[in-house]
Design a protein around this ligand. Structure first.
Ligand SMILES: [Fe+2]
Length: 204
């Protein structure tokens, strides 16, 4: 897969963050911490409210990106590279999750960011990346190499900085649940991470 040529367009469709087919949702994907049907009818006089779409678990999102990466015919032809910033395209989306395709040239990075409370997972489909994060236990900065085939999954409070420090381009597939609505950016200072900006979905 590493030998597949990637076209370089004169301009890219989008620059900044992360489809699975509509049938990707499967039994067992529902998060256990969201309310589930009790099987009991509502009491008389109880207003009928729309059902809240449960979020997918990190494990379910991991499965989505892993399986999609194994089907390059569904995304390889969409990949572009951008010299200005990471290139990205939303492959699919629905009420409970969305999937993004992102390309990374050497030197391109996200900076530290959260995911606005969404859960997520991503996999390196081509190339190699590096991920920086602060250890929950020690607060120390940790670096992790992410060679092709690596899958990372995380909960709603996770922060990281993902960068291409390798010598060639990389392609990743990301899944978020619920779909990304906002992302905060952070600066790493001696005292820790400091929030510096918030982006909302309309900006990307
Ligand atoms: Fe991220």
């Amino acid at each position: 897969m590493a030998n597949i040529p990637i076209p370089i367009p004169t301009r890219h469709a989008r620059t900044a963050p992360p489809a699975s087919p509509p049938t990707a949702r499967r039994p067992g994907d529902r998060s256990p911490d969201r309310s589930a049907p009790t099987g009991l009818p509502p009491a008389a006089g109880t207003p009928v409210t729309p059902a809240v779409t449960p979020a997918l678990t990190p494990a379910a999102l991991r499965t989505l990106v892993s399986e999609l990466a194994e089907r390059p015919e569904e995304w390889i032809g969409k990949v572009r590279l951008s010299v200005g910033d990471r290139w990205y395209e939303r492959l699919s989306g629905g009420p409970d999750h969305e999937i993004w395709l992102i390309s990374w040239l050497p030197g391109q990075s996200t900076g530290f960011h959260d995911h606005g409370g969404s859960r997520g997972a991503f996999t390196v489909a081509l190339g190699e990346l590096e991920e920086l994060s602060l250890g929950e236990a020690d607060g120390e900065l940790h670096s992790r190499r992410l060679p092709a085939g690596t899958v990372r999954a995380f909960g709603p409070a996770f922060l990281h900085d993902v960068r291409n420090t390798a010598g060639g381009p990389a392609v990743t597939i990301h899944a978020y649940s619920p779909p990304l609505s906002a992302m905060a950016r952070y600066e790493l200072r001696a005292s820790g991470l400091r929030r510096t900006a918030v982006e909302v979905a309309e900006q990307w």
